[in-house]
Design a protein around this ligand. Structure first.
Ligand code: MN
Ligand code: MN
Length: 440
């Protein structure tokens, strides 16, 4: 096998003798790829563009049916195992589509103090097309704080595991405190200061912001606020002596260990003259206790949260979708960009973005996806376990256009003429939205 290695030279060589053609040049004409590896669906078979698996393939090759060729240069098989449709795209892919996938595993982790936790983020720095939303994955060890802060973007969050106590004070002085479990949701508007503390089991949550270039480094922090004010001003402002501020932190805390929160939340209540935020003004929603919106045969489901039930988050509409093995979130589009996050399982998406352009990408747990408005997409479960994916829109209610419902409810002759389909085929299209298509 020819390798890009320079053999040790045994005799001095005049570089001038290496310039251009010479009858004494030696050509090594040998096979550069001795072992070819193929997945079953790469060969010329009827389901050529079906999901690929390189599991058990020693030497994956960028080949789909009649297209592609072997790879002889450097490559890292681990990436190909995780992204088979990127390495050997379906022959139906065409042209250029803005990148729509970012694995959070490739985002540098920002480490908190004293082993209290960490965060990592996806924004336009790593996914340039994701202009309307950005995400931050944050872990807090038991009792740890994300320090008191505020920011310019609106924040919507899904608790992924553990439990957490959050609090906030609104512009009118009304306040809130609540405990949330895995599967619950909070929302803090831009400019509203809030606190987050892990309860005794620790917590990890996914934050979604409505600005694509949002950065965790650009939040306003209580510690920085105090460190940047003349102490004479602090004393005047809070009606206490200057000496009261001797021990304030000189640096940002960000994520740091805390005194464990009392398990009885009422011990931390602070009464505001403007009242407590309840009912439709609440900043928390116990989404884990809401039944699924749609149950689909075979174990798939869709659970929707949007401003019709959580009014404070007036432009955050989301669906938590479970796709059973063999099932597929149907082909559809939205009138908003979609930010999505894969909590479990393996999947692929094809984004069709007009002008004939389409691209297929693979998603693994911890992957962020981003679909431009009006671009069609499906989510196909390509693994052996359920896929759980969060779809987030900037919209006042959750909605989509189902391709099968659209065509089923259009005069059938038009559909038959346009797509050269038989009457029997078009008559079989379901008039009800499917959301998730069960395994065949
Ligand atoms: Mn925040
Ligand atoms: Mn969608």
């Amino acid at each position: 096998m020819a390798l890009l290695l320079v053999p040790a030279l045994t005799a001095p060589v005049d570089p001038a003798s290496l310039l251009g053609y010479s009858p004494s040049n030696v050509v090594l004409d040998e096979d550069t790829v001795p072992v070819h590896g193929f997945a079953a669906t790469q060969a010329d078979v009827p389901n050529l563009d079906a999901p690929l698996s390189f599991t058990g393939v020693d030497n994956p090759q960028p080949i789909r049916g009649p297209k592609g060729g072997t790879i002889a240069g450097p490559h890292t098989t681990e990436y190909e195992l995780l992204n088979p449709d990127v390495f050997a795209p379906p022959t139906t892919d065409h042209g250029a589509v803005p990148n729509a996938e970012w694995p959070l595993d490739l985002s540098p982790v920002k480490l908190g103090l004293d082993r209290a936790g960490w965060s990592r983020q996806q924004n336009t720095a790593n996914l340039p097309g994701a202009t309307a939303m950005a995400g931050i994955d944050m872990r807090l060890e038991p009792g740890a704080y994300r320090e008191l802060h505020w920011h310019r973007a609106n924040e919507w969050a899904l608790v992924m595991n553990g439990s957490v106590r959050v609090s906030a004070v609104d512009t009118d002085g009304s306040n809130t405190i609540d405990d949330l479990n895995a599967g619950d949701v909070w929302f803090f508007p831009s400019g509203v200061p809030h606190s987050i503390q892990a309860l005794s089991g620790g917590v990890e949550f996914m934050l979604i912001f409505d600005e694509g270039d949002f950065s965790e480094d650009a939040t306003f922090l209580a510690s920085e606020l105090f460190a940047t004010q003349p102490k004479e001003v602090l004393a005047h402002n809070f009606h206490v002596p200057i000496s009261a501020f001797e021990n304030i932190p000189s640096d940002a805390l960000f994520i740091f260990p805390g005194t464990p929160a009392p398990s009885n939340i009422s011990e931390q209540n602070v009464t505001s003259p403007a009242g407590f935020k309840t009912g439709n003004s609440s900043y928390t929603f116990h989404f884990s206790e809401l039944p699924n919106t749609h149950e689909i045969a075979g174990g798939s489901s869709v659970k929707i949260i949007d401003p019709t039930i959580f009014p404070a988050a007036s432009m955050f509409s989301a669906a938590l979708v479970t796709i059973a093995p063999g099932a597929m979130r149907e082909i559809h589009w939205h009138s908003s960009d979609e930010w999505n996050f894969f909590l479990r399982g393996q999947a692929r998406i094809t984004v069709y973005n007009s002008q004939g352009n389409a691209k297929t990408l693979d998603y693994n747990p911890g992957s962020v996806g981003y679909i431009p408005s009006d671009a069609t997409h499906y989510i196909e479960n390509t693994g052996n376990e359920p896929v759980v994916v969060l779809e987030v829109l900037q919209a006042d209610h959750f909605s989509d256009v189902s391709v099968s419902q659209w065509l089923a409810l259009t005069p059938h002759q038009i559909v038959q003429d346009t797509l050269s389909l038989s009457a029997e085929t078009v008559d079989a299209f379901p008039v009800e939205k499917q959301y998730v298509v069960p395994a065949q």
